[in-house]
Design a protein around this ligand. Structure first.
Ligand code: LMR
Length: 334
């Protein structure tokens, strides 16, 4: 139908000039540090599949999990150089670029995941993304892991005082450092890829992470006590190299946006599902082996932790740290 009324010669010409889909015209490397079977890992794989479908292979997405390509915050430098095109580092790892993202590290700031999503999807979230964009990154989307739990091999953590003198691994975050200092503990910054051996060799006594990260990296197998505190949130900002983004024609940029929006919806589902599932697997391990004690806190016990650590908020009111407006804005979000 398209060619009706054309001569044979004209038809041939039209076929010749039709732009050919060039497979792998753009290569997008996506580096992350967690296992494939985690919310971030699964969403990255979903994004790969969707974007390749939507662009008919013009963008070849290659996902590198488990710190294979870059560890922790090293990826942010690599993104600047366009040595890698996409990553989803946790907020703490933006410390040197946009320290204000550590808002999400503040313990007990969010009532639940609903509250958290309202903050991310609202004014506060947009302000933070703009700060990252102004530093030369394409800030795409917030992704979840979930709330963190505390574990130790030295002492069960029931009261905040139980943490006194214990060494805990933290991500590179001033907020997390302050959180552990507030209970008299010793925070030690360490890349995610070194936590398992750090726990196994006793370089650190304990750590904090989500059930999904604990299970998939087997931290529970080298810890004696796991306290369900849900004290802080772990999440990510998906960022793209500015150079790569600018190299894409508009119609491909639009496909990236579609794929990332869909992947974000999926990511939130994976985060809920996997954290529940993987917590059940940790419980099964504890029951079977008797090597891990899981501690559920009473409301009073949890309130004591909240009181002990939330006193650090005013230390971050300075706008070069986080900013009072962002902290109060998040607290007031309904
Ligand atoms: C961590 O270092 O504990 C996390 O940032 C790992 C991750 O990306 O979930």
């Amino acid at each position: 139908l398209l060619f009706s009324g054309c001569t044979d010669n004209e038809k041939e010409k039209a076929v010749e000039t039709k732009p050919l889909i060039q497979k792998g015209e753009y290569v997008l490397k996506f580096s992350h540090v967690v296992s494939p079977n985690t919310p971030k890992g699964k969403a990255a794989d979903y994004f790969e599949k969707r974007l390749e479908e939507l662009t008919e292979g013009r963008i070849d997405v290659q996902v590198y999990p488990s710190s294979q390509l870059y560890k922790d915050n090293a990826v942010l430098k690599a993104l600047k150089l366009d040595s890698v095109q996409m990553a989803a580092p946790s907020f703490s790892k933006f410390g040197k670029i946009v320290p204000q993202l550590a808002l999400f590290d503040l313990p007990f700031l969010f009532k639940d995941m609903y509250h958290l999503h309202r903050v991310q999807d609202g004014v506060v979230g947009q302000k933070l993304k703009d700060m990252v964009s102004s530093k030369g990154y394409e800030a795409l989307s917030f992704w979840d892991n979930h709330f963190k739990q505390l574990s130790s091999s030295t002492k069960p953590l029931i009261k905040p005082e139980d943490a006194e003198g214990q060494k805990f691994r933290i991500m590179s975050s001033k907020v997390l450092e302050a959180q552990f200092h507030a209970v008299g503990a010793n925070p030690q910054m360490m890349p995610f890829s070194e936590v398992y051996s750090g726990l196994q060799q006793g370089v650190i006594d304990g750590q904090e992470n989500t059930n999904s990260n604990i299970y998939t990296k087997k931290f529970h197998e080298v810890q004696k006590y796991l306290t369900i505190t849900n004290h802080g949130y772990l999440g990510y900002l998906v960022v793209m190299s500015e150079k790569f983004w600018a190299s894409l024609p508009k119609q491909l940029q639009e496909k990236v946006i579609i794929a990332i929006n869909e992947a974000t919806q999926k990511e939130r589902e994976y985060a809920e599902e996997l954290n529940t599932q993987q917590f059940n697997l940790i419980k099964e391990y504890a029951q079977k082996t008797g090597k891990l004690e899981i501690i559920q806190l009473t409301k009073e016990q949890k309130d004591a932790w909240r009181k002990a650590v939330s006193k650090i908020y005013p230390d971050f009111y300075d706008k070069n740290k986080i900013g009072e407006d962002l902290i109060k804005g998040a607290l007031a979000t309904e």
